[in-house]
Write a protein that binds this ligand. Structure first.
Ligand code: FE2
Ligand code: FE2
Length: 261
């Protein structure tokens, strides 16, 4: 029987979601799919290398900060859910790594952008750490959409679809966390947080385009389309955060999606 603390936790549905997702069958055509063409390889290799590195995180700093944060200390479902979330990110990195190995594209050990993001997360508290993470995840959505459309490889397309499904849920999970952290803040303090997040997001959006525009152009995306898609995802994220901050627990939009969504 579940304890009352677990029953009351908004993270219990998330814990269940990540468990279900981990157990779900995700088949990829590793054997049947042809290799990338030389042109595709030239267009997407560097971007996949960077994302493979960026998706890898042990999450130790995040877990340590989360375990001592007042908003979550008493929530017995939060840390197990967070652990499964980190494991899902590691799985993304593992899948992309296997893809790179199959294509004989070397895995990166370091990249300056990854280094900057990791340093930012290390220096920061839980809220900034979550803000930096969710910024990358919000932008991962247009990136994987474009990567999917830029290739004819059934394998790479299947990998993108799987990651896109997971990332859509991650945005809601992170919105839940950021929303709960902001609940105790005054209106002006929330507005300052939202402004800082917006600056971080828009700066990172420009950087992402600068780094990965070859993939977007290969998928026939213009900068205008990319900018609008990215901002649309960010607006959705902000709406989820505001709803969690302002309302009673268990708002539908903050719940995990069904796996079939
Ligand atoms: Fe991911
Ligand atoms: Fe994610």
């Amino acid at each position: 029987m579940r304890s009352p603390a677990l029953r009351a936790s908004p993270y219990e549905p998330w814990h269940q979601h990540f468990l279900r997702n981990r157990g779900a069958a995700h088949a990829f055509p590793w054997l049947e799919s042809p290799r990338l063409t030389a042109r595709e390889r030239r267009l997407v290799a560097c971007s996949i290398q960077q994302f493979q590195l960026g998706e890898w995180a042990r999450g130790r700093g995040l877990m340590r900060r989360a375990s001592t944060h007042s908003a979550f200390a008493a929530d017995l479902a939060f840390l197990p859910a967070l652990q499964l979330f980190v494991a899902e990110e590691q799985e993304h990195s593992g899948i992309l790594g296997r893809f790179l190995d199959r294509e004989q594209i070397p895995r990166l050990q370091t990249h300056w952008i990854d280094g900057v993001f990791r340093r930012l997360r290390k220096l920061a508290g839980l809220e900034v750490c979550a803000m930096v993470l969710v910024t990358a995840e919000t932008l991962a959505i247009p990136f994987y959409q474009a990567l999917r459309d830029a290739t004819h490889s059934p394998l790479l397309r299947a990998i993108c679809v799987r990651i896109l499904c997971d990332e859509a849920a991650h945005l809601r999970f992170q919105a839940q966390t950021l929303g709960l952290m902001r609940r105790s803040l005054s209106r002006p303090a929330r507005a300052v947080r939202a402004f800082a997040h917006s600056v971080l997001f828009h700066t990172t959006t420009l950087l992402l385009w600068q780094q990965h525009q070859r993939v977007f152009r290969a998928a026939a995306w213009t900068f205008h389309r990319f900018w609008n898609e990215a901002r649309r995802e960010f607006a959705l994220l902000e709406r989820h955060i505001t709803q969690v901050t302002a309302q009673q627990p268990f708002l539908d939009s903050a719940r995990p999606p069904r796996l079939a969504d």
